[in-house]
Design a binder for this molecule. Sequence first.
Ligand code: ADP
Length: 482
Amino acid sequence: MKVCFACSECYPYVKTGGLGDVCGSLPKSLAELGCESKVFLPLYGGIKTLTYGLNQIDTLQNIPVKIGDSEHTFNVWFGTLPDSKVPVYFIDCPYYFHRELPYTSDRDEDERFILFQQAVLMTLQRLEWSPDIIHCNDWQTGLIPVYLKTTFAWDKLFEDTKTILSIHNIGYQGRFSKESITAAGLSMEQFYPMGPFEIDGGFSFLKAGIVYCDLITTVSPTYAKEIQTEEYGAGLEGVLQIRSQSLVGILNGIDTDIWNPMKDKYIKAHYSVDDIEEKEINKKNLIDRIEFKYKKDRPVIGLISRLTSQKGFDLMKPFLYSLLGSNDLQLVVLGSGEAQYEDLFRTASYSFPGKLFFWSGYNTELSHLITAGADMFLMPSKYEPCGLNQMYSLAYGTVPIVRKVGGLADTVKDYHEFDEKGNGFSFEDYQADALEKTIYRALRIYEDKDIWKAIMERGMSEDFSWEHSAKEYLNLYEKLVS
Ligand code: ADP
């Protein structure tokens, strides 16, 4: 099975969220199952070619590509995904990709990914490599299925190639003005009200991909259902309902080489479900590192997130101060994003020194220290396609408190006193008091050490490795190809 992965993020080269984790892990797991996979990624300015030992491919230099009326060229660099033999092809076009961040709100954001997508197909042509599957990810690659059925349809190389489009977050749809259709070299014929290219008077790369791809996947079974509803479909629910027979939800896995309490390279003490007590060393280490006072039975709640409205922090506004003011607990927050949420946590940290630690920014080491060191992990998302942090937390015996939505609903089982199945705490209504009550419920149960330990053990015993998910993807590929 030959699989081409087209993506705009791939760990460790570039990652802004879960998409980067998935694209760095799934191709490796598929390779272990015998797939021949190749990954394609833009060579953003932030990717250091020396650090990753990337090389230019001499035969793939100065390849011309037209975006609207302007001519550009791109070069291709080559590397392999660390700890694997999976090849990664980097599309290098400094004009478009040498910018501070992978995504921008610049006026040519559409052109950047039009170039990338055409360059992926043009590179495949030059490599004379005919994939069975092109696995596209999110709007940045949504036009590839369109190209295969239109402007690249003449090429016999792609005659038997099937396309899969994975939706990692329906909130991002690559919506541009209709002029982008021309820039992409596509026909305006498909642009009419409710047509394949049209949404609210503009053009969406994601919608086009949904219409043209052979199969749509998303990152959890619950999210696959949710995005077909008005509440969660963000305007694409209609087209997804039409394609519902071709829409499948597969839960993401976690990279157990990186997120594993038995070998995590950032944490102080390694531990497993059999010596769970060692986790306490990591709690003390976390609290020491942030220069707070450690006390054994004082609960520590962790939070690591992009600070956007999706993640549900509006729910914390009404009770954050009373929670911190009237309870002996510590809250450790790592995240960056919208000013309103940064201000919320920063201001509260000034009011509660020693109780609320807020670190604004992206910090891999601290994210591991929190995951291993906290007792509980908070994720009250408004919507959550899959969510990785709750799976990391479960694997580390850090009990998640989540809203029962998307992938959170598929992974976190609410603890009830009368059954012995819960691995965390969850609530349904998107209401501040529902979250508040759930945090208090968790704090109460935390005091019973035996019950708490059993909850931790159930979480740590779950298998969220990629192997399981990769097998599901492989089954899908095989079905499509046959
Ligand atoms: P999303 O993709 O919506 O951001 P996920 O839970 O699927 O949410 O994935 C988030 C990933 O990004 C996780 O690996 C998480 O640890 C990481 N992450 C998010 N914010 C930060 C941060 N400030 N510092 C370090 N890692 C972060």
